[in-house]
Design a protein around this ligand. Structure first.
Ligand SMILES: N[C@@H](CCC(=O)N[C@@H](CS)C(=O)NCC(=O)O)C(=O)O
Length: 206
């Protein structure tokens, strides 16, 4: 059986959890990272020398890097569905996955860390403000894209929606006032109707 390692409040582990639930395949989840430990063990270091989560072990095939894991799982278990057969649809989904990891999440992560994971008296308010500004600018790009399509790669839910929805979940639930993004908010509400999203994307963000 496939085994996945991660913790529920990690965005990168959430992507894998969300994907596994969407695909409906059997898996075992092992809590790992931060307070759960595991990542410091020699066995874990052999699976992922970065000692980060998530990792999957698919009957002996070990893989780390969350978006690579989502692509692998969708290609293996979701061909024609989460993994679009049409090359250009798949490239579009792929592009949004890369944008999530290189642009969207890095834009607002300093605000997330300071507002959610740092005690009140120790917060860097300038980093919060910069994260809010950059997060709004990135969210506006996504909002504009979603004005004319239901999901990131068109009318069907694909692998591209998994990282984007996980990042939107974090961004839209940060305890701060954000510039409105009506198309992104409509999209997020629709994705959250999916039972896999509701299972993997917990609230509050921690
Ligand atoms: N690029 C990697 C980043 C992995 C990463 O930074 N994971 C974080 C959690 S989101 C981690 O392992 N933090 C240490 C820990 O939880 O012990 C991916 O997408 O999988």
């Amino acid at each position: 059986m496939l085994t996945a390692y991660g913790r529920p409040n990690s965005i990168n582990a959430q992507k894998v959890h969300f994907c596994l639930e969407e695909l409906g395949i059997a898996y075992e989840w092992v809590m790992a990272g931060m307070e759960h430990g595991v990542v410091d063990s020699p066995e874990y270091g052999r699976m992922n020398p970065n000692r980060l989560i998530p990792v999957i072990d698919d009957e002996g095939f070990v893989l780390w890097e969350s978006n690579a894991i989502v692509r692998y799982l969708c290609a293996r278990y979701g061909a024609g569905g989460l993994w679009p057969e049409d090359l250009q649809t798949r490239a579009s989904a792929d592009r949004w996955m890369d944008w999530q990891t290189t642009t969207f999440s890095p834009a607002f992560t300093p605000a997330f860390h300071n507002l959610v994971r740092t005690p009140e008296g120790e917060r860097d308010l300038a980093a919060v403000e910069a994260g809010k500004r950059k997060g709004e600018a990135a969210a506006a790009i996504l909002d504009d894209w979603l004005a004319s399509r239901r999901f990131v790669a068109g009318e069907a839910f694909t692998m591209g929606d998994i990282p984007i929805a996980a990042a939107a979940h974090r961004w839209l639930n940060l305890p701060l006032e954000r510039r409105e993004a009506p198309h992104l908010e409509r999209y997020y509400r629709e994705v959250m109707q999916r039972s896999a999203a509701a299972t993997a994307l917990a609230l509050p963000v921690t």
